[in-house]
Design a protein around this ligand. Structure first.
Ligand SMILES: Nc1ncnc2c1ncn2[C@@H]1O[C@H](COP(=O)(O)OP(=O)(O)OP(=O)(O)O)[C@@H](O)[C@H]1O
Ligand SMILES: [Mg+2]
Length: 275
């Protein structure tokens, strides 16, 4: 038994318009994530990555299969039961500009999830100082509003908020995609450092193979609502089995012009091989 076990998961969005058939966004997805593990989920736009993350969070219309957390089926919970799970499963979204309430100070953003659980204000404030320290923000950040921070700093605030209830799993949906490259690598290192200290597991969604290689233990590749390949991060990103993964890999930009030229040639050869 893993921390998270997804078995043959089907998600269907209702069809638009009269008598339109529902759209099957996930077509029987199975995967698992162990305690303290990072599973990178990659795939092109529209392949179903966010849908899978939302299903884990209880926010997508599951019509088949199961999601088990810590051995317990969570894909059929009602909203109240689901809320009780928010201690355990948290989320960090892509856009640090819209995911934080602009009218609340950072301290209020971070204390809110604690106060609803009945923690005293004094204790909550102590926790906030600790959280800010964990994500490497100055202690006086608490008094400021989200707009007074850069994108990378805002993402640190979002990470602090996700950490405030000591979750065991965080769904991270493109959490560094809106950041510039140097900020990306610092925030990724923060994710790794937090995991090493707390043993939290990540479902790490990204379309960026360099990011997924950096952070993941294992990688799952999604294509049109199905997982076409899973394996350890090095193997999948360097030596993929599935032709789709190979194409995805070859489409990823590389900074080194010589490697880029070699890849272009490989891609061409692959295309010609298919024709
Ligand atoms: N609420 C919804 N209602 C209907 N269809 C949806 C809904 N959300 C997503 N879809 C469809 O489901 C498919 C998968 O979408 P999803 O957002 O999971 O893709 P993704 O892999 O996260 O893409 P991206 O990399 O662009 O974020 C897409 O075809 C999308 O149009
Ligand atoms: Mg998405």
């Amino acid at each position: 038994m893993s921390l998270l076990d997804i078995d043959d998961l089907v998600v269907e969005y209702p069809g638009k318009g009269w008598r339109r058939a529902p759209f099957r966004a996930l077509k029987g997805v199975s995967l698992s994530i162990g305690t303290g593990e990072t599973l990178g989920l990659v795939g092109e736009s529209g392949s179903g990555k966010t849908t899978l993350g939302r299903a884990v969070l209880g926010l997508a219309p599951v019509s088949g299969g199961t999601i088990r957390y810590d051995g317990r089926v969570i894909s059929t919970l009602n909203r109240a039961q689901r809320r009780a799970l928010s201690d355990e499963i948290q989320v960090v979204f892509q856009d640090p500009y819209t995911s934080l309430n602009p009218a609340m100070t950072v301290e209020d953003i971070l204390t809110e999830p604690l106060l609803v659980t009945g923690v005293s204000r004094v204790e909550a404030e102590r926790r906030v100082r600790d959280l800010l320290d964990q994500v490497r923000l100055p202690a006086d950040a608490g008094q400021r509003l989200p707009r007074e921070f850069s994108g990378g700093q805002r993402q640190r605030i979002a990470i602090a908020r996700a950490l405030s209830r000591d979750p065991r799993l965080i769904v991270c949906d493109e959490p560094v995609s809106a950041l510039d490259l140097s900020t990306q690598s610092r925030v990724l290192d923060l994710f790794i450092e937090i995991q090493e200290r707390t043993g939290v597991a990540y479902l790490f969604i990204t379309h960026d193979l360099a990011v997924v290689r950096h952070i993941s233990h294992r990688v799952a590749v999604m294509y049109r609502g199905e997982i076409v390949e899973t394996g350890d991060a090095a193997t999948v990103t360097q030596n993929p089995e599935h032709p789709y993964t190979r194409r995805l890999l070859l489409a990823a930009p590389v900074p080194d012009p010589e490697r880029q030229a070699r890849r272009r040639a490989e891609r061409l050869a692959l295309l010609e091989g298919r024709a």
